[in-house]
Design a protein around this ligand. Structure first.
Ligand code: CU
Length: 642
């Protein structure tokens, strides 16, 4: 069902009146005339100049993917990642997908995926490669589908001499003789030995693995945290190696994460494996830091439990994962985290998506990733409605203003909010302040920093995963100088869960994905994953105005450096911006930012200065835009800030 906007409704009223006067059968005539009038309206030049225009993009059938993750590459192409794409049959047959789409030519190309990247985390590395970490080891099993009792087994190794490898299928026996087998391989590190002589202390190491009862039915249900013996060990080994079982139940089993990590190189258009993370993660957040590392937090672990604050960083120079054991802040899955202008001072806006109890890790705050100190931020409206909300810096990142948009109750709650709140990080006592409301409560809003400093907010749904056919078909721009929303043209395609939006170097916005639970209002027909893309052309490109051009730009622009940018349009250039090429998944975009460049006119163009602070312009690829005095941006040149 199309949600009707104000404009749409006005047209409908006029058409109904006309049809009544003509004495025709109203409903079919209304539909037909209404659609025709609507099409004519949205394609008219004055309408497009005011509201912009959406174009649906269909790629060839063989190249269609369930877009779960999206990334803008430093060659201007878009990488869409499905993995198994929330389809268990694709997971079973290893039909794992990713696709590169070129918005300049409309061409697309399938890229083989080595592992199930479905619902991992991603970001852009300083050298332009995409880092992808985590994904799906095992699909969820809903309540009715669980036949064999199962749960987490903590394998303990008390032997400091050697690690132990236990292949999938290893048998564990409970004190009452019930037998369970592990689902996956597990390697348990050697125990840790400290002190010497009589003061020697051995601390057992531990590895968690998911086990399932060999026999179906309730007999293997065990609520006790018992010690389990491992089959096939000799007596000495059995003393050192054993299992500590968590409750074995017939309850719903959550998705399980992988510790695998990969990079995608835009030059070769191939995936390469990098070292495994320290933790398996499903629904993690990856946030690029000013020092070039990637902060990695949260997720479901290898047995489907929410990680309890385990934090690590990917260091791209050393190609290693660095454990950060002192950083144990608990977050729900896909938390929205950004580095502030103070190095290593992160801000958690409270936005998140997916999993975690309602009373833990939900409070927004500053998180210092040197000291682990967490300082709550007050004033957020609807603080219990932050799941599936969006968060982003709005306007130039130097202003340090964040908007929190929409969201809903924890889990499958039908409640959602239209709230937009602002957070001014430069305030001496930062707190949220009320902003404008969206036209309706919205989960899964996509947010995109635009070259004219506005933020496009688009799509989403009223109810959880679009239930009740509640995709909203709405778009707005948020102006950070007036704090006002301006309605944009309605997207043709409704999008709820698993949707992404990215600014393109040509100044348009590409939107992908959507994964409704159901396709109908009554929630009876299973949902179809939306594989069409849609591209939004903003009003600034529809006014018929000439576009400023950038004659050339250097491949790299150092922080603090002043660079000459030749352009024939220097007289009309009002501002210069660097917008970082970004990624998106699950309403989580942590790497997007709009950097204002101080600018001066030169005889041949403009000269721009890159801010010196790495927290303002962290290393990585950026789109360099020149924007004229009518708000029309150039096409971007992609430059690298080393
Ligand atoms: Cu997901």
């Amino acid at each position: 069902m199309r949600a009707k906007t104000r404009r749409y409704r006005q047209i409908a009223l006029v058409v109904v009146a006309a049809a009544v006067l003509l004495g025709v059968n109203v409903p079919p005539a209304v539909n037909y005339v209404q659609e025709w009038r609507h099409e004519r309206l949205i394609n008219s030049a004055p309408y497009k100049a005011q509201y912009g225009h959406w174009d649906t993009v269909e790629v060839p059938p063989d190249n269609r993917v369930n877009s779960i993750h999206a990334a803008l590459l430093n060659d201007g192409k878009v990488l869409l990642i499905a993995g198994s794409g929330n389809k268990e049959d694709m997971f079973a047959t290893k039909a794992l997908k990713s696709m590169v789409y070129d918005p300049a030519t409309g061409s697309s190309k399938m890229i083989p995926v080595p592992d199930d990247m479905f619902c991992g985390g991603q970001t852009v590395l300083p050298d332009g490669r995409i880092l992808f970490a985590g994904g799906t080891q095992r699909y969820e099993k809903l309540d009715g589908a669980v036949t064999n009792a199962a749960g987490a087994m903590r394998i303990k190794n008390e032997n400091p001499a050697a690690p132990r490898f236990l292949p999938a299928g290893t048998e564990f026996t409970s004190p009452t003789g019930q037998k369970y087998r592990s689902d996956f391989d597990a390697t348990v590190a050697p125990a840790v030995k400290t002190g010497t002589g009589a003061r020697t202390k051995v601390t057992a190491s531990e590895e968690k693995v998911f086990v399932e009862a060999e026999q179906s039915g309730p007999a293997a249900v065990n609520g006790n945290r018992d010690k389990y013996s491992i089959s096939g060990l000799d007596a000495a080994d059995a003393k050192n190696l054993y299992g500590l079982g968590e409750p074995m139940t017939l309850d719903k089993q959550d998705y399980q994460g992988t510790d695998k990590a990969y990079t995608f190189d835009p030059k070769t258009e191939q995936w390469s494996q990098v070292p495994n993370m320290n933790q398996p993660r499903w629904y993690p957040t990856l946030t690029p830091l000013s020092d070039g590392n990637v902060l990695t937090v949260a997720g479901l672990d290898g047995v489907g439990q929410v990680l309890n604050g385990q934090t690590e960083e990917y260091d791209p120079r050393a190609n290693t994962w660095v454990d950060r054991p002192n950083l144990n802040q608990y977050f729900p899955t896909y938390p929205s985290l950004f580095e502030t202008e103070t190095p290593h001072q992160m801000v958690y806006t409270g936005s998140n998506a997916g999993y975690g109890p309602s009373d833990k890790g939900r409070v927004p705050g500053f998180w210092n990733i040197d000291s682990n100190l967490f300082t709550p931020i007050p004033g957020l409206r609807d603080p219990e409605l932050m799941e599936t909300s969006g968060s982003a810096f709005v306007g130039p990142v130097q202003d340090q203003r964040i908007a929190v948009v929409g969201g809903g109750g924890v889990g499958e709650s039908p409640i959602s909010t239209a709230r937009i709140d602002f957070l001014d990080l430069k305030d001496p006592a930062p707190h949220f302040t009320p902003g404008p409301n969206l036209a309706q409560p919205t989960r899964y809003p996509n947010m995109v920093n635009m070259p004219d400093d506005t933020t496009l907010i688009t799509n989403g749904s009223l109810d959880y995963r679009g239930k009740g056919a509640t995709n909203n078909h709405l778009a707005y721009t948020l102006d950070p100088t007036t704090n006002q929303l301006t309605p944009m043209a309605d997207p043709n395609i409704g999008r709820d869960y698993h949707t992404e939006a990215l600014l393109l170097p040509d100044g348009r916005v590409l939107v992908a994905g959507s994964d409704p639970l159901f396709d109908d209002e009554k929630n009876t027909i299973p949902g179809t994953f939306e594989q069409r893309l849609e591209i939004f052309t903003p009003p600034y490109l529809e006014k018929g105005l000439p576009r400023p051009t950038i004659t050339s730009a250097p491949a790299t622009m150092d922080r603090g450096q002043t660079v000459d940018i030749p352009t024939p349009d220097a007289a009309h250039i009002a501002k210069a911006r660097l917008i970082r090429t970004s990624t998106a998944t699950h309403v989580t975009t942590t790497d997007m930012r709009d950097v204002a460049l101080p600018m001066q006119k030169t005889p041949d163009g403009v000269s721009v200065t890159v801010p010196p602070e790495p927290t303002i312009a962290p290393p990585g690829p950026y789109m360099l835009f020149l924007v004229d005095d009518k708000g029309v941006p150039s096409e971007a040149k992609i430059v690298n800030v080393p």
